[in-house]
Design a protein. Structure first.
Ligand code: DUC
Ligand code: ZN
Ligand code: ZN
Length: 470
């Protein structure tokens, strides 16, 4: 099956140029001006649009069992919504319960993900430690293409990874050529602050950011970075939301340490005033961790993205509907943590990033796609427009506008933290391995089309770190 995408401007991480693209059997087969359509090929006219690599969201939680409930977007609805917004791959998380075998959890998540409409990989979380975890990390990295492991430094008495497990796991990552990642919040402090606030009678959503102040994130980010420094591993810090965490990353990078940072569209754009809104449903709809921050953190995060201290943009897509959030009506610590975003990240980054002059179109491609592919062992199959790469392609209208709303989005959730924002920059067509899954408002996502992404360990920067260790 082949498709000719005719007449667009191809934008990748380096440059942009006019070119037609021929897609054959799900891969890019030719890139040149004036290509002829082979007989039987579908022809899509790109017109004045850009042709960009499909977005990669390196941080999602589809149908995650969490805080007594299950995230409402499953692997089908969530990836379909992603396609409607120009995101064609995700890296989700396998999160074993403490004492649960990693392999068992991985098998469970692989089963859940079979319905995905777009390609997916998995980071696997280290929530406890013993010899079986050590062994399973080896099996996952060597046989199943799990090239990154996640460590929650928060969520005490649940999935929190203590320093002992963190050190053991980072050490194992070095042996395997895998990349450790951290959710950086000091879980002991969060636990204590939550108890104090509830005891003082602060039980509403306004307590959520008070229990997780920026210093809690800064401390954990710095601790993880210094542990990584001592052991000699690269490190990826997920959802950097606070200036203090960003400063820790920038400082370490300035000292020659290889630390990558991820920022969420939500943390770039939403501030903490949402938690003081007296409408519980509205305030609880914004409860995620780390929380949204006072506005000056947003300026710092944008600057961090421009300066190259933050490398990827993600969403932490983890949806809960109002009845699920209501579990915490009398106690904010019980509000399921998580917000949606997979459908809107690309438009938001274009509108507020490229539209404001903070990012060039190629920088947009880097932070929405290419950098994630490179850091997480998927490049150049993903994140690139080159012959042989997967035809995960998006036709991008840089001037079309749309207004974001829960009433029109495709995400399976009744709330949108970007409600009412009108953004310029719209995915008009999304191809996933050559399949046209989104065309001018028509969602044609195919349940089960998505394939598991085996990712490569031991990439160039892992090798470079090994050299530095000597
Ligand atoms: N934060 C969230 O808000 N939800 C899921 C997990 C996480 O770390
Ligand atoms: Zn997290
Ligand atoms: Zn997350």
């Amino acid at each position: 099956m082949s498709t000719l995408i005719r007449g667009g401007t191809v934008v990748d991480a380096e440059t942009s140029c006019r070119a037609d693209l021929l897609v054959v059997d799900g891969r890019i087969a030719a890139i040149a001006e004036g290509l002829e359509a082979p007989s039987g090929a579908a022809v899509v006219d790109a017109g004045d649009r850009l042709v960009i690599p499909g977005g990669i969201d390196p941080h999602t939680h589809m149908q995650l069992p969490f805080m007594g409930t299950v995230a409402s977007d499953d692997f089908y609805t969530g990836t379909a919504a992603g396609l409607a917004g120009g995101t064609t791959s995700i890296v989700d998380f396998v999160i074993p319960n403490p004492q649960q075998s990693l392999m068992e959890a991985y098998t469970t998540w692989r089963g859940w993900a079979e319905k995905a409409a777009a390609d997916y990989g998995f980071h696997v979380a280290i929530t406890w430690w013993d010899e079986s975890v050590h062994a399973d990390m080896g099996t996952l990295a060597r046989e199943h293409g799990v090239a990154s492991f996640k460590h929650f430094m928060a969520y005490k008495n649940a999935i929190m990874c203590d320093d002992e497990a963190l050190v053991s796991s980072f050490t194992r990552c070095i042996e395997l050529g895998a990349l450790p990642t951290v959710h950086a919040e000091n879980g002991e402090l969060v636990f204590r602050l939550q108890k104090q606030l509830v005891a003082q009678g602060i039980t509403g959503p306004e307590g959520h950011p008070l229990s997780r102040p920026p210093a809690v994130e800064g401390e954990a980010a710095n601790r993880a970075i210094r542990i990584a420094e001592v052991l000699g591993t690269p490190l990826y810090v997920v959802h950097v939301s606070a200036e203090q965490a960003l400063e820790a990353i920038a400082r370490a990078r300035g000292e020659g340490q290889r630390v990558f940072g991820e920022v969420l569209a939500g943390h770039l754009l939403v501030d903490d005033s949402v938690y003081r809104n007296l409408d519980f449903t509205f305030a609880a709809g914004h409860v995620m961790s780390p929380p949204f921050r006072p506005r000056h953190h947003q300026d710092a995060l944008w600057a961090g993205l421009q300066a190259g201290h933050l490398h990827t943009t993600a969403t932490d897509h983890c949806c809960f509907c109002a009845p699920q959030k209501a579990a915490g009506r009398d106690n904010f610590t019980l509000i399921p943590n998580g917000c949606a975003g997979i459908e809107d990240r690309m438009s938001l980054l274009w509108h507020y990033g490229v539209g404001s002059g903070r990012l060039t179109p190629s920088e947009f491609v880097r932070v929405t796609s290419t950098n994630a592919a490179q850091i997480f062992g998927m490049y150049p199959r993903k994140g690139a427009i080159r012959i042989g790469a997967d035809a995960d392609l998006v036709l991008w209208d840089p001037v079309a506008t749309r207004t974001i709303s829960a009433s029109t989005h495709h995400q399976n959730v009744d709330f949108n933290i970007f409600e009412g924002r009108t953004v310029s920059g719209v995915a008009t067509h999304s191809f996933t391995r050559g399949l046209l899954a989104w065309a001018d408002g028509d969602l044609r996502a195919v349940r089960g089309h998505g394939q598991y992404l085996k990712r490569a360990t031991g990439g160039a920067y892992i090798e470079a770190s090994a050299k530095r260790r000597g």
